[in-house]
Design a protein around this ligand. Structure first.
Ligand code: ADP
Ligand code: MG
Length: 698
């Protein structure tokens, strides 16, 4: 049978080649199916009539029934307009047109009953409705018109007459073409068990709702379907991979791990660290490849967990590798890990872009012979020249800077893919993690090491510098260190530096007895590191920086984080920055400095920061304020957030629900051979073909 839904949109009545090109380019609509899945963004109730005396200029769309009393043309040139004085007996409004005047005067008659639909505005004390929809009252049965759909269009489309109303007509034409019911895209079982509306009914009601209740059910069904297939896709990949690749089986916990645990561990593990290490051990010993996302708020002690996981690989005769997004961080990990392993016979090396020549060759050789057991590094470890003798475990720190493709590259560094532990300090809300990293198991460190005092966060307007500086001075006198961060202005790196330089000069003048460090993105890595190191060693008391210090840097003695122009930062970034302090036992402070003029949204953001230190709470709030498209980490993840109807911030529960359903189906039918599920796999294939990004999740 010929499938109308795949038919090119240009053959639809009312489209044609020119409009088709617009629909392709502007809305990415190519087939009738695409059109049917282009959903209205709102609905207006047309069953309700208003009286003119009820109307003010703040109302959305309204509908009136009455007569045109008289016509009048006014203005000259581009100002020329036609006005129809329209009355329903309770008052008069002016209907206004700037185009098609001659045609309109011929078309509409005075003293006939019309229904007028449009948005009222008040102009010179009179109510206007510009370019309204007008229909003879006898042609409409308002009680059956109900909710009218509104579609987003673009300026270009409007110029070609493709406004919302025109799209509505096209959708109507498409339904007229489709005889019979549209084929179901979910299995009968899924539809029945979840009491879902059929696809056919849902699509018809999402465009032309028969009632608010049916609209609600249609929305639910379509959200369900959208989220369900995203989950089915991710879970299918995971299970296929698990079937194809057997993972390395690290059954043993041996001498290295135990020596470290009993002799080198500088403190007791927190309960959360213990739990997570257990989860990781279980994964690595299961015979399946581990793919685990470790989420833990800043300062929760992820590094230690990473190290102990790597030691398990070593105990089983394999090498381990840890990647960080910047040289500063990689170097810091290297130092930390060497200190932690002090006195133990484990060879650790550091590989980054700046490691060259003989040293580099030595490392490459040591990796091949297996003498080097742990390699710490940046992206440099991904290069094709880097070969391991037996890589068994990979840790990726601060995951959001690494894309899916890079993760895949790592797997290929060993014939059997190594276990992967991805660590992130950007707490990703659970719902988002499931969509983005649905193929990863998730562990959470939800407990900070003991003895930490919660950071106190204060919002201060920038005219209160005197007291701000007094506070800083006091901390420095007590032997603490201070960060002062300036925003990065994307458009102009020069401006950043200027901003930073000014701040630096200002701070040096204000604190003549202190040594001040300065770090920004334009510095050479070696310079940056040296300057960073001076601060870490306590040679300097104040660190003036752009956001380069955002990720992972650890200076327990620093107790104050001042963020200048805090209004320019997103919530998760503010939280990351704040996490640089509060790492020691002393009371720490985060001061958010802003100008007096703030938008409502910014005010909310700052309020949240002042109220809570909980990274997950902040991430949830961020998701709600900004939407997932903006969330850090989503851009490079390979998943485009072009959800048509579901909303990750709001539909978390549904997402969880459909994930369980999808997971059950795959568990029961791992090879996809049950006839009852055939429709699911077929639809998944179709979606993988049309959603380019879906293929990238692996
Ligand atoms: P993050 O999770 O942000 O990477 P780190 O691993 O850098 O956190 O740890 C933050 C600080 O907490 C470090 O100074 C580390 O030595 C310390 N730390 C980690 N685990 C514990 C623990 N169980 N008890 C006390 N301090 C700990
Ligand atoms: Mg860290």
């Amino acid at each position: 049978m010929f499938d109308l839904t795949t038919r090119d949109i240009k053959f639809l009545q009312g489209v044609g080649p020119q409009r088709a090109t617009l629909l392709n380019k502007e809305l990415n609509l190519f087939s009738l199916n695409d059109l049917l899945y282009y959903f209205p963004y709102k609905y207006v109730d047309r069953s309700r009539l208003y009286y003119i005396h009820e109307i003010d200029g703040n109302m959305p769309y309204i509908q009136l029934k009455g007569q045109i009393l008289s016509f009048e043309t006014m203005g000259e040139g581009r100002q020329r307009r036609l006005i129809a004085h329209f009355s329903d007996g309770t008052g008069v409004v002016d209907l206004v047109w700037f185009q098609g005047i001659k045609y309109l005067v011929g078309k509409y008659k005075t003293h006939e009953e019309y229904v007028v639909f449009g948005k009222p505005t008040v102009f010179n004390g009179r109510i206007n409705v510009a370019h309204p929809d007008i229909d003879p009252a006898k042609d409409l049965t308002l009680s059956t018109m109900g909710l009218q759909p509104y579609y987003n269009t673009t300026e270009k489309m409007k110029r070609a007459g493709l406004h919302s109303h025109a799209l509505e007509k096209l959708v109507g034409n498409a339904f007229a073409l489709l005889q019979g019911t549209l084929p179901e895209t979910l299995s009968t079982k899924v539809v029945e068990e979840n009491h879902l509306m059929s696809l056919d009914e849902a699509l018809r009601n999402i465009h032309f709702p028969q009632s608010p209740e049916k609209l609600r059910r249609a929305q639910y069904r379509l959200k369900f379907e959208e989220l369900f297939y995203i989950q089915l896709n991710i879970l299918r990949y995971t299970k296929d991979r698990q079937r194809k690749f057997r993972g390395l089986c690290f059954e043993r916990v041996g001498e290295i791990f135990n020596t470290f645990y009993s002799q080198n561990l500088p403190f007791l593990l927190t309960g959360a660290q213990k739990r997570v290490i257990k989860e990781i051990r279980k994964d690595m010993g299961s015979g399946r490849q581990m793919n685990r996302l470790l989420q833990g708020d800043v300062g929760s002690g992820k590094t230690l967990v990473a190290l102990m996981s790597m030691l398990i690989a070593l105990d089983n005769g394999y090498q381990a590798c840890m990647m960080a997004p910047t040289e500063i961080l990689a170097a810091q990990h290297y130092e930390t890990i060497r200190q932690l392993l002090f006195g133990m016979n484990v060879r650790v090396e550091l590989l980054m872009g700046s490691v060259k020549g003989k040293k580099r060759e030595e490392i490459l050789k040591g990796l091949l012979t297996g003498e080097i057991q742990i390699l710490i590094g940046t992206h440099a470890v991904l290069e094709d020249t880097v070969h391991f003798s037996s890589l068994g475990m990979v840790v990726i720190d601060e995951q959001h800077r690494f894309g899916v493709a890079q993760r895949a590259k790592l797997w290929k560094k060993n014939t059997c893919p190594p276990h992967v532990l991805v660590m992130t300090a950007t707490p990703i809300p659970r719902t988002l993690a499931m969509t983005l990293y649905g193929d990863l198991d998730v562990s959470v460190i939800d407990e900070l090491p003991p003895g930490r005092k919660p950071i106190q966060t204060i919002h201060q307007f920038d005219n209160r510098r005197v007291s701000l500086y007094a506070g800083i001075r006091k901390q420095i006198e007590e032997g603490r260190q201070v960060y002062i961060v300036y925003p990065l202005i994307k458009e102009s790196e020069k401006m950043d530096i200027k901003n930073l330089e000014e701040g630096y000069g200002h701070i040096c003048a204000e604190f003549p007895n202190c040594k001040v460090s300065k770090v920004h993105g334009q510095m050479k890595p070696a310079e940056k590191d040296a300057e960073m190191q001076r601060f870490v060693n306590g040679e300097t008391q104040i660190m003036v920086a752009t956001t380069v210090i955002e990720v992972g840097v650890n200076v327990p003695n620093a107790s104050v984080m001042v963020i200048e122009n805090a209004e320019r930062f997103g919530l998760s970034q503010l939280h990351q920055l704040r996490g640089r302090v509060g790492r020691g036992a002393d009371q720490s402070y985060c001061i958010l400095v802003t100008s007096y003029k703030l938008s409502e949204e910014t005010r909310k953001r700052l309020e949240i920061m002042v109220q809570t230190n909980d990274g997950f709470e902040i991430a949830e709030a961020d998701l709600k304020l900004r939407g997932p498209g903006d969330l850090e980490g989503t851009q490079q993840s390979g998943v485009a957030f072009d959800l048509k109807i579901a909303d990750i911030a709001r539909d978390g529960q549904l997402l969880q629900h459909v994930r369980e359903i999808a997971s059950n189906i795959i568990d029961k039918d791992p090879t996809g051979s049950f006839p009852e599920n055939e429709v699911l796999w077929r639809q998944l294939q179709t979606l993988r073909k049309t959603h380019v990004n879906w293929a990238a999740i692996s």
